[in-house]
Design a protein around this ligand. Structure first.
Ligand code: PXG
Length: 290
């Protein structure tokens, strides 16, 4: 395994960053999780744009241009000899001192890790996930915008612990008002009376790239998609439910808090979207070799 740190490649054992890096000391940084399929990086430009937006939102200057980041990312995948996998791209505030002030961090640290990934066992894609609602609320925009994909994932980690303690692979997070925001690393959708519904970004959802792909697939399939505030009631009474995320892809949900959703099986619309998603990942993407 070869890991990129600030322009150099290191073996896994040697890929280390300073204990004075503010990414470690304060979770001060941003990241992306990106998939590549069949030698093509899926929605690369969208991920890079979101990374730069997240960085801009926290006043973090990325020391590379978009083109340079893309080149480094493709090179990392090539060096690791992978055709299918997952890239974790992170930019931290860099090495500073023990104080909070970011001015002491002279340059941001850029790390790129290319690996393989399987999030859930196949059985869960076939039969659907069981999800619980957790007590941990999604970040409120007044404290930290949930649109920023920052290295501060502690509230999501706490939510994921609640899920595990309840024997579930994912947890539904509500916002401060009690509306559905998203899951800990995935956006949430329901199907009701032939329409696709998902919370708007303003309710605390990350503007997921897989979420956007699902909007495109729905349009192509002639399924109207609406962004609106949802409550647990809407999920309990939905015909179908599924989650979207780079790692999870599109995965059906069959129960929430022990209550069956629809007929308790992955739904038809969900199945159509999953098939369309696989087709897109197989046939599109930025080529690794060029
Ligand atoms: N919401 C949150 C909070 C996320 O972190 C998504 C939605 C889905 O967005 P994309 O763009 O990937 O469709 C994410 C994705 C994991 C994992 O292990 C997922 C994410 C981050 C870290 C880990 O599932 N982000």
């Amino acid at each position: 395994m070869k890991i990129y740190i600030d322009g150099q490649f290191y073996a896994k054992e040697d890929a280390k960053i300073s204990v004075f890096d503010h990414g470690l000391l304060y979770g001060d940084g941003v990241f992306e999780g990106i998939r590549f399929y069949n030698g093509g990086v899926f929605r690369l430009e969208e991920h890079i744009n979101r990374l730069f937006d997240s960085a801009r939102a926290i006043c973090l200057r990325i020391p590379l241009s978009r083109e340079e980041i893309i080149r480094a990312l493709l090179e990392t995948i090539r060096l690791n000899g992978l055709r299918d996998g997952y890239v974790r791209l992170l930019v931290t505030r860099g090495v500073g001192n023990l104080g909070l002030t970011p001015e002491h961090c002279k340059t941001a640290t850029v790390v790129i890790i290319a690996a393989t990934i399987t999030l859930y066992p196949k059985e869960m894609y076939d039969n659907g996930l069981k999800v619980i609602t957790c007590a941990t609320r999604r970040n409120t925009p007044g404290a930290l915008s949930p649109a920023i994909k920052s290295l501060n994932y502690l509230n999501n980690v706490l939510a994921r612990i609640e899920a595990s303690q309840a024997g579930c692979p994912e947890a539904l997070m509500l916002n401060e008002q009690g509306y559905v925001a998203e899951c800990t690393g995935d956006n949430v959708f329901i199907v009701k009376k032939g329409r696709l519904l998902t919370p708007p970004v303003s309710s605390g959802a990350l503007e997921g790239i897989t979420r956007e792909v699902v909007f495109e697939l729905a349009e192509r399939a002639g399924v109207p998609a609406v962004q609106q505030d949802l409550t647990r009631y809407d999920i309990f009474t939905a015909d179908e439910c599924f989650l979207t995320g780079t790692a999870a892809e599109v995965v059906p949900v069959v129960t929430l808090d022990g209550r069956q959703i629809g007929d308790g099986k992955p739904g038809k619309v969900t199945g159509t979207l999953i098939a369309g998603f696989h087709e897109l990942t197989r046939t599109t993407g930025t080529p690794i070799d060029n």
